[in-house]
Design a binder for this molecule. Structure first.
Ligand code: 5AD
Ligand code: SF4
Length: 448
């Protein structure tokens, strides 16, 4: 029996959560690790970091400082730092936290077990933040799950180089995972009862894989292949980029009913001038056209977005263009952030000319409008019948089942039969901002 007790702390996006779950699977398989929830009892500690916003480095050293004493009282503890801050800071991490043993990147996390074995033998720190070709997926054991909805990474890195963004620098160039590999993983999940697949990547609709015979599989082709997998009732994806939202992809919403009526399509700003400074590669007319075409095919489709407020050069006028876009598109639940200069990015060299007070005011106003729209969309769902994928029993109230609507609202309802894993029709009777209550009407057999 092994004594390896692993504690993993994860910051950041769904991509990082996914990476951490894969690290856990791998460590269980390779080093017989038991995953534990209290860092005090661990002998391997992994911190998977994110540097997209805020003061990522400071946060890292704060966290490491808290673990310093653990290492002091037990020098055999192995501390590993991974993710985007690890790539950004590299060896510099050791200058301020010499007790860190392993520094790894998003593309080398599959090497952690071997690195740990080496550390135990040679007692010297190891750094591997390289970007090997997409090899990590060959190392992960097939996932075991009890969930109804699961994430799956299809593309890593990003080639867009938006001027504010650190991701292309920390996660490397875009590499699409072989579709055979993706399909195999989804079939494995489906065999275990998974009904909803959530495809992940910085830019999923840039997916492009050329197989050994020279056949090109783009994102639309991949969706078609996934839609053929038995028992997959729903397909979601995040994040997509407007530049890659081709007509081919829009048209596929006619053919694949499993694609939910919800798209997260970050616009960032409503001003063409700011979009150009951000190097987003589209203008507002093009963005609106994508939504218009999607709504022709799917009139009830909901759109969510990410917004950056206070980008250098953003005037009141630019800001109100963003508000006007919000009112025009009627976005559902969205994310908004104050611009944060990231080290080494082109935008970090621009004159950051807007006061903190002004940025906070703008964020407040923007979030007000988004929340109003989210509330209205939830209220409009009252008395309608929604297709809900039942995911389980509510942890708060064991009398209730819960599931999600296509636009990601959690719905609670009561029933004497267990419909977990099935699509059901629920009549919405109560509406809150993000969650709904409803009444079971019938099983939804329409589409699948
Ligand atoms: N400052 C603020 N927000 C950022 N994002 C990415 N980089 C930055 C930055 N430097 C936001 C974008 C992106 C989301 C994942 O994070 O809105 O879509
Ligand atoms: Fe960053 Fe732009 Fe790539 Fe998104 S598309 S990950 S914002 S560089």
């Amino acid at each position: 029996m092994s004594n390896n007790k692993l504690y993993i702390k994860t910051w950041g996006c769904q991509m990082n959560e996914y990476d951490s779950s894969k690290i856990a699977d791998l460590m269980e398989k390779e080093l017989n690790c038991k995953i534990i929830q209290s860092v005090e009892n661990a002998n391997i500690i992994i911190l998977n970091t994110c540097s997209i916003r805020e003061k990522a480095q400071e946060k890292l050293f704060h966290q490491l400082g808290r673990w310093k004493n653990l290492k002091k009282s037990n020098p055999n503890i192995i501390i590993c730092v991974g993710g985007c801050v690890a790539v950004q800071e590299g060896k510099r991490i050791l200058n301020r936290a010499h007790y860190v043993d392993i520094i790894f990147g998003p593309q080398t996390l599959h090497r952690i077990p071997v690195m740990i074995n080496k550390i135990r033998k040679f007692k010297k720190y190891l750094i591997d933040i390289s970007f090997p070709k997409i090899e990590k997926f060959n190392y992960f054991p097939l996932a075991k799950t009890k969930k109804i909805s699961e994430f799956i990474s299809i593309i890593e890195g990003c080639n867009k180089y938006c001027t504010y963004c650190i991701v292309p620098h920390t996660r490397g160039k875009e590499i699409s995972r072989p579709y055979e590999n993706i399909i195999e993983e989804i079939k494995n999940l489906s065999n275990q009862g998974v009904k909803e697949i959530h495809l992940l990547g910085q830019n999923v609709n840039a997916y492009k894989y050329i197989d050994l015979k020279g056949n090109i599989c783009n994102f639309t082709n991949l969706l078609k292949k996934i839609a053929k997998i038995k028992n997959i009732k729903r397909i979601r994806f995040t994040t997509s980029h407007p530049q890659n939202f081709s007509d081919e992809l829009i048209q596929i919403y006619k053919k694949i009913p499993q694609l939910v009526n919800f798209v997260h399509l970050p616009v960032q700003s409503g001003s063409d001038k700011i979009l150009s400074l951000m190097k987003r590669r589209y203008n507002i007319i093009e963005y609106k056209n994508i939504i218009k075409k999607l709504r022709i095919i799917r009139p009830n489709i909901q759109i969510s977005s990410d917004f950056i407020i206070g980008f250098p050069g953003e005037t009141q006028d630019d800001f109100y263009k963003t508000i006007s876009l919000i009112l025009n598109i009627n976005f559902d639940m969205s994310f908004s952030f104050i611009y944060s200069p990231r080290p080494g990015t082109p935008a970090s060299k621009l004159n950051n000319n807007i006061s903190e007070y002004e940025k906070k005011q703008r964020l407040y106003i923007l979030q007000y409008y988004i929340n109003q729209q989210t509330k209205k969309i939830s209220q409009k769902m009252l008395n309608t019948i929604q297709s809900v994928l039942v995911e389980g029993i509510s942890p708060q109230n064991k009398q209730l089942f819960f599931g999600r609507t296509e636009n990601n609202r959690v719905v609670f309802f009561q029933n004497k039969n267990n419909y977990i894993g099935q699509l059901v029709n629920i009549k919405i009777t109560t509406s809150y901002l993000y969650s709904l209550y409803g009444q079971f009407i019938s099983i939804n057999n329409n589409l699948y």
